[in-house]
Design a protein around this ligand. Structure first.
Ligand code: PEP
Length: 249
């Protein structure tokens, strides 16, 4: 099965109703590349309005609780995200791991809950600068991935991994193309070891300071099947050139 590129934006804690025009512009511009899957993971407050306005475009959440409902003030369950119109969610973003003390086991439970309720998942992993400098980035991210991956037997395109070196997020720093290739190759092997042929069909996205000027060379690397984009996903003028940079499939 050929893997389709997936370019997903992560709006983090940005976006008001007045920004829904950018979502519409991105959805419309993405139609120029029907061979690329494009999605925007919006703040929870915008999901329902964006999904209602753009029913054919993939809108996602940025986190999900491992339980469907209960006494968890401020949290959102997978069924709630689906009910609001989301078709996917990010889990395990390094900002949530850091700000909310999320463990690999907790991320695994969130991913499992999301997949079970029909949401596609982008599961984030990535090393700190300290680990990168110590030369242990690959074994550390492999460990993190194996500890965070849920059991899964569905369509492999529903579970994507995003390799996001923490030190590259929002900093303008990007690993060398060789380092990205080495990490993605190692993660591919882990997915194949864990899921067999299905692991070969799961997408591995790169995230961390992707922008129009570097997207083409990053997306051309073997086993880079798309991008998770933060800052450059907020404006259609920045995001759509990243979508366009995906090699033609
Ligand atoms: C992210 O937050 O997932 C991200 C990759 O951010 P940025 O593109 O701004 O580095």
């Amino acid at each position: 099965m050929a893997r389709r590129y997936l370019v997903a934006g992560n709006w983090k804690m940005h976006g008001l109703a007045s920004d829904l025009g950018e979502v519409a512009a991105i959805a419309s511009g993405a139609e120029r590349r029907p061979d690329v899957d494009v999605a925007l993971c919006l703040p929870a407050t915008l999901i329902e309005r964006a999904a209602r306005a753009l029913p054919a475009f993939a809108i996602g959440g940025q986190d999900v609780h491992a339980e469907d409902k209960g006494a968890h003030t401020g949290d959102i369950g997978a069924a709630m995200l689906s009910d609001a119109g989301a078709s996917l969610t990010i889990v395990g973003h390094s900002e949530r791991r850091a700000d909310h003390g999320e463990s690999d086991e907790g991320v695994q439970a969130k991913a499992a809950a999301a997949l079970a309720s029909g949401l596609d998942v982008i599961l984030c992993v990535g090393e700190s600068l300290e680990v990168r400098k110590s030369g242990q980035a690959i074994p550390e991210v492999e460990r993190q991935l194996l500890a965070s991956l849920p059991e899964f037997e569905g369509n492999p395109s529903r579970l994507s991994v995003a390799y996001e070196p923490i030190w590259a997020i929002g900093t303008g720093l990007v690993p060398s193309l060789e380092d990205i290739a080495a990490m993605h190759g190692a993660l591919r092997q882990q997915l194949v070891d864990r899921f067999g042929a299905a692991g070969g069909d799961m997408r591995i996205l790169y995230g961390g300071s992707v922008k129009a000027s570097n997207a083409g060379e990053i997306l051309a690397i073997d086993d880079v099947d798309g991008a998770l984009v933060g800052g450059a996903s907020l404006k259609s003028a920045d995001f759509l050139p990243i979508v366009e940079a995906a090699p033609q499939s």
